[in-house]
Write a protein that binds this ligand. Structure first.
Ligand SMILES: C[S@@+](CC[C@H](N)C(=O)[O-])C[C@H]1O[C@@H](n2cnc3c(N)ncnc32)[C@H](O)[C@@H]1O
Length: 217
C-alpha cells in the first residue's frame, strides 16, 4: 500500500517535471487543480497575466489566482456573473439563460475572500461576452487563458479576443471539447483550430483541450 502510494507520487512528480500533464483522477466539467498547476509551470517564463473566461463560483479561479500570485502576476476573471445568455441554434437548445447565475460580481468577490484569495491578486470584468472585454487595457497580454463558457457564440468571441493577446509559449486551455459532436463550445473550438496556425495541441484530457501558442494566431 505504502509502496503503491510512493510509486504513484513519484510518477506524478516526474510527469510534472517532464512537462507531461499530471496523472490525476479528473471529474468531467471541472478543472483539476493539479492540471492548473502544471499549466502554470509550463508558462513560468512566459510574460503576461492569467485569465479565466467563465469563472462561475471560482472553483478553478481560486487556484489560478494563487498560482499567478506565486509568480508575481495578476489574474483576470471574466463572467456575466448572471449566468448564461440565451442559447442559439449552434447550442442545440442547451443551457438555458441564467444557468450559473451567482447573483453578481460582488458575490464572486465574497466567495474569493472566503477562499483566501486576496482582492489585489485579481481583476473582475463583469458583463456578457464580448462586452466584458471592452474596458480591458489594450496592452494587456496573457501567458495562460482558460475558456469555459459552454455556449458556441461566447466561446468563439472569447477565442477571437484572447488568442492574439497570448504571448508566444503561452497556454490556451479550453473546456467542453467533445469531438463526437458539433455543438456548443466544441463547434467554436473546432472552427478556431481550422482557422489558425499559431497554436499547437499539447494535451487533451477530461474533455479539455490544451494548446500552446507557437506563432501568429
Ligand atoms: C461552466 S461555468 C464555468 C465554471 C468554472 N470555469 C469553474 O471551473 O468552476 C460557465 C460560466 O460561463 C459564464 N458564461 C456563460 N456564457 C456567458 C456569456 N455569454 N457571457 C459571460 N459569461 C458567460 C457563466 O455565467 C458561468 O459562470
Amino acid at each position: 500500500m505504502l509502496l503503491r502510494f510512493v510509486k504513484r507520487e513519484a510518477r506524478r512528480w516526474w510527469s510534472g517535471r517532464a512537462g507531461a500533464p499530471p496523472e490525476v483522477e479528473r471529474r468531467t466539467g471541472a478543472w483539476h487543480h493539479e492540471d492548473l498547476a502544471w499549466m502554470a509551470r509550463l508558462v513560468r517564463h512566459v510574460p503576461g497575466d492569467f485569465a479565466e473566461i467563465g469563472v462561475f463560483r471560482g472553483a478553478a479561479f481560486r487556484k489560478l489566482a494563487a498560482l499567478a500570485h506565486e509568480q508575481g502576476r495578476t489574474t483576470h476573471a471574466f463572467d456575466s456573473f448572471r449566468g448564461m445568455a440565451a442559447p442559439q441554434a449552434e447550442d442545440g437548445g442547451q443551457y438555458a439563460a441564467g444557468k450559473f447565475d451567482i447573483g453578481g460580481a460582488d458575490a464572486f468577490v465574497r466567495l474569493m475572500g472566503e477562499a483566501g484569495v486576496a482582492r489585489e491578486w485579481y481583476r473582475v470584468w463583469a458583463g456578457y461576452i464580448p462586452d466584458c472585454f471592452k474596458d480591458v487595457p489594450p496592452d494587456t497580454r496573457f501567458s495562460l487563458v482558460v475558456v469555459d463558457v459552454d455556449h458556441y457564440r461566447p466561446t468563439a468571441d472569447s477565442l477571437a479576443w484572447a488568442a492574439p493577446r497570448i504571448a508566444p509559449g503561452g497556454v490556451l486551455a479550453l473546456d467542453d471539447f467533445v469531438p463526437a459532436h458539433d455543438l456548443l463550445a466544441t463547434r467554436a473550438i473546432r472552427e478556431f483550430l481550422d482557422r489558425q496556425r499559431g497554436f499547437e495541441r499539447i494535451a487533451e484530457f477530461n474533455q479539455q483541450l490544451i494548446l500552446r501558442r507557437t506563432g501568429k494566431a
